[in-house]
Design a protein around this ligand. Structure first.
Ligand code: ATP
Ligand code: MG
Length: 199
């Protein structure tokens, strides 16, 4: 009985392996990807930074634009800048606390110019646009402007967009989209954001 189970398991695994191998062999296209990491669960920005670390490890040139300035400097920035990753962080303006729409818009536009410059340059292999989704949702940056910059970028350039509530048009434009669903978060039980984990 035990051996039978083992045999069946092995045969099933073999069939899966054959299918996966066939799909890997069939996937021959190589080009810059647009990746969207959205949803209300924790893990979007860390995923984006993880990919930047992965790319940098392979010697690719990466840039990061952060569209929301947190209270603390995130650990990834401290590490990745040392590894040659170029960072642009929204200087003033938008945080969850500010109420000044015009100032926020200006700050968003300023850092968006850096993003556009990178998206137009073949010097960047991978670009992370962290929390860009909110800028589009609040109309601080026009959707058309984002779509144009993305569609006209160099064909081998990879772009990662993170943030909740990603606009449908960007989801449609993307090659890979993951939605991280919140099941629970420590914060809901009164646990404060922790260094090295939350920023
Ligand atoms: P991370 O940067 O940890 O990957 P994220 O990018 O998915 O998180 P954001 O929506 O950008 O999440 O929020 C940033 C901060 O809010 C992080 O400190 C994160 O731990 C926290 N956070 C993320 N999701 C939740 C949630 N569902 N409830 C409460 N806090 C959250
Ligand atoms: Mg985030």
């Amino acid at each position: 009985m035990e051996t039978n189970n083992q045999d069946r398991h092995q045969a099933r695994q073999q069939r899966i392996k054959e299918k996966v191998d066939a799909r890997i062999a069939a996937a021959q296209d190589e080009r810059g990807l647009l990746i969207v990491i959205t949803g209300d669960g924790k893990g979007k920005s860390t995923s984006g930074f993880g990919t930047i670390a992965r790319a940098t490890g392979h010697g690719l040139h990466a840039g990061v634009v952060q569209f929301i300035k947190g209270t603390w400097e995130c650990g990834e920035r401290i590490l990745l800048q040392k590894a040659g990753v170029e960072f642009h962080v929204m200087a003033t303006g938008f945080t969850w606390e500010t109420q000044n729409k015009e100032k926020d818009r200006e700050a968003a536009q300023q850092v968006w110019q850096e993003a556009k410059r990178m998206l137009a340059s073949d010097q960047y292999d991978v670009i992370l646009l962290d929390e860009l989704t909110y800028m589009v949702a609040y109309h601080y940056i026009e959707l058309d402007d984002v779509v144009n910059a993305l569609t006209q970028r160099p064909s081998k350039q990879h772009v990662i967009i993170t943030g909740r509530g990603c606009h449908r048009t960007l989801v449609e434009l993307a090659d890979t989209v993951s939605e991280i669903r919140n099941i629970k978060h420590a914060f809901d039980n009164g646990i404060k954001a922790q260094k090295g984990i939350d920023w």
